[in-house]
Write a protein that binds this ligand. Structure first.
Ligand code: PEP
Length: 263
């Protein structure tokens, strides 16, 4: 019998995005990308989008380095403002001016350590979209929220606050990353069943707001201790369209194996 879920999943091209966070010197960054691109040049046969989201100072160098490879370069944040007296900030038009086309927004570390709330993240999503940059919009619950059985409510609230001001055309330009906070950098991965359950819920919520066709077109990545040995199982879930990978993206071989697991 035709498996419709599988077919829809396979229509959405997968994305594997590395989030380097605040790691690597310039020299180490160059070495990592060179090693990754040389492994992928010989071993990667798929058509997934491969992204490395690197610290701001390395964006231009990395763009140049990956020019003729299968890798794209993204940023890890941007301001909600376009220009002006916002010391220390980097704006979406700045990123667009150096041809960066993906940016991570609303990562749990930005929410937790830099006080970013739903309203700010929604404004950042708008800023990125205004300049043709794809937001990788992150959502996910803390351990105590899951233990209290409130994880579905919280994630639904984050998605609604951050994205539901968008119209049906704009929402399709967003990639959602479900990242349970208890799984980020902890080595504790959500099981494939837990990931699929939340991804299906997010897609159902999107369908309720925008209709099924729109919901089926939106990519939802899983993030939280994705490794070479769990990636294939996670990525095979019907509603998991790839991964946002932190720690394991800092090692070329490990990240390459994760990329290869996305089919
Ligand atoms: C992340 O920071 O987005 C992440 C998923 O980290 P890790 O893979 O290290 O858990």
């Amino acid at each position: 019998m035709l498996n419709l879920d599988y077919n829809l999943n396979s229509m959405r091209k997968k994305i594997v995005a590395g989030n380097w966070k605040m790691n690597k010197t310039a020299e180490e960054a160059v070495a990592l990308v060179k090693e990754l691109s040389s492994i992928l040049a010989t071993e990667f046969k798929g058509d997934s989008t491969i992204l490395v989201c690197v610290p701001f100072p390395y964006l231009t160098t990395m763009k140049e380095l990956v020019k003729d490879t299968s890798i794209s370069v993204g940023a890890q944040n941007c301001s909600q403002f376009d220009w002006g007296a916002y010391t220390g900030e980097t704006s979406a038009p700045m990123l667009a001016s150096i041809k960066i086309d993906h940016v991570i927004l609303g990562h749990s570390e930005r929410r937790q350590y830099f006080g970013e709330d739903g309203k700010t993240i929604a404004a950042k999503v708008d800023a990125a979209l205004k300049y043709g940059i794809t937001p990788l919009f992150c959502c996910g619950e803390q351990l105590e929220v899951r233990e209290a059985g409130k994880h579905f409510d919280l994630v639904r609230q984050q998605v609604a606050e951050g994205l539901f001001h968008l119209n049906a055309e704009s929402i399709q330009k967003v990639v959602i990353a479900y990242e349970p906070v208890w799984a980020i950098g902890t080595g504790k991965t959500a099981s494939a069943a837990q990931a699929q359950e939340m991804h299906a819920l997010i897609r159902q919520q999107l369908a309720g707001q925008y209709g099924k066709a729109v919901a089926d077109a939106i990519k939802i990545l899983y993030g939280g201790s994705v490794k070479a040995d769990n990636a294939a199982e996670l990525f095979s879930c019907a509603d998991v369209d790839g991964g946002l990978v932190g720690g394991a993206s800092l090692k070329a071989r490990e990240f390459a194996e994760i990329v290869k697991a996305a089919r």
